[in-house]
Design a protein around this ligand. Structure first.
Ligand SMILES: [Zn+2]
Length: 374
């Protein structure tokens, strides 16, 4: 048995920089020690990312048997932006803890560990898991590795249900938007414009782009592409362009437009993606689609009821931002529930309110007590 203070643990974690652009090895080693010291069995998963940087994810379990309750976090952050403030020197001021990751999400992560730290394995009828992924901010690499390769989950199965501890100001969230990206590429031939020998990929893709501008109008006005459970109810249809830095006096060899839509359960996302693909195919353009369906848990499900009971909230809500629930949701029912405000995530001067952190520990403890203890 040990006691562990969520505020102190958050401070310790902030002081170990772990922006996704660097390795999270040091913070993961620290977390491994904290978890082992508080009675967790820890599995480590590692990979080397596309920039040859080592990334570590942790799957920690306390208690015997199968099922139970999982708490899901990530140990990476967005970059510190050192020139603007002191991101890695945690500071307590006016009831707030400042520092990079305080809110997204070293604070919430610390609260999940603190909630389970004082329990001994024999207190638990069902196990508690703390899952900490690498690279949440840059493509969910850690979470994807966990779903494919965790020996713990292969051996014991997934927990019965889980909490994604991302900041929601401790309001239970049962749904958020997902997202699809469609890369549409035109090929031309590069040549100096003095020769008239080139073919511009940009001219080739232009008519398709005009159609996309018209489609934006459709998505903004046609109710079948919207979902009133969300605010805004629209799919955030966006387009970015890349001609790979082609010089002004050269015809572009390649031009890519990336279209994106945010998926929502009722917004006919597949149909929206198909409309984009049909247009691209009609112009003979190259196509690649990637993405995720929306996150959705039934508001009547056990995990939502458990979180309503623990928070005292009367109903769960839907939010417009995304989390790793997109990756995990096919394995277990989830709620998004964590301390701090998403408005603080990724900001200069990022902070979490101390009373949110403390309340989170109490709420997570209640959920563990109500589901995993006798
Ligand atoms: Zn986050």
């Amino acid at each position: 048995m040990s006691t562990l203070d969520a505020v102190q643990l958050t401070r310790d974690l902030i002081a170990i920089p772990s922006a996704s652009q660097t390795s999270n090895l040091e913070v993961s080693d620290y977390l491994t020690k904290v978890l082992e010291d508080t009675g967790f069995e820890v599995e480590r998963l590692e990979y080397v990312d596309q920039n040859d940087i080592l990334k570590v994810s942790l799957i920690a379990k306390k208690g015997e048997g199968k099922g139970g309750l999982g708490f899901f976090s990530h140990s990476d952050t967005v970059p510190g932006a050192k020139d603007a403030w002191s991101p890695f020197e945690p500071l307590i001021k006016e009831g707030k803890l400042l520092g990079r990751g305080s809110c997204d999400m070293k604070g919430p992560l610390a609260a999940t560990i603190a909630a389970a730290a004082n329990l001994s394995s024999s207190d638990l009828e069902k196990p508690v898991y703390i899952v900490i992924a690498a690279d949440e901010e840059v493509g969910f690499g850690g979470a994807k590795q966990i779903t494919k390769h965790s020996e713990t989950f292969k051996r014991d199965g997934w927990p019965d249900m889980g909490v994604i501890a991302e900041p929601t100001e401790l309001e239970p969230v049962h749904a958020h938007k997902g997202g699809y990206f469609i890369d549409v590429t035109a090929h031309g031939e590069a040549a100096h414009t003095s020769t008239e020998k080139g073919r511009s990929a940009n001219f080739k893709i232009a008519p398709f782009l005009a159609d996309m501008a018209a489609l934006k109008e459709t998505f903004m006005t046609d109710a079948q592409f919207q979902d009133d459970e969300f605010n805004p109810p629209t799919n955030g249809f966006n387009m970015t362009l890349n001609d790979y830095g082609c010089a002004n006096n050269v015809t572009a060899a390649k031009s890519t437009a990336t279209l994106s839509v945010r998926s929502m359960p009722q917004a006919h996302t597949k149909r929206a993606v198909q409309l984009i693909r049909d247009k691209a195919e009609a112009f003979g353009l190259e196509l690649a689609t990637r993405g995720y369906d929306a996150f959705h848990t039934s508001p009547d499900s056990k995990i939502i009821c458990l979180s309503l009971e623990a928070t005292g909230a009367t109903k769960s809500v839907a939010v417009p931002y995304g989390t790793e629930a997109l990756v995990y949701q096919e394995h277990l029912p989830l709620v998004i529930l964590g301390p701090g405000s998403i408005a603080q995530a990724h900001t200069i001067g990022e902070y979490i309110e101390l009373n949110q952190l403390e309340r989170a520990v109490a709420i997570y403890q209640k959920m563990i007590k109500n589901y995993c203890q006798n």
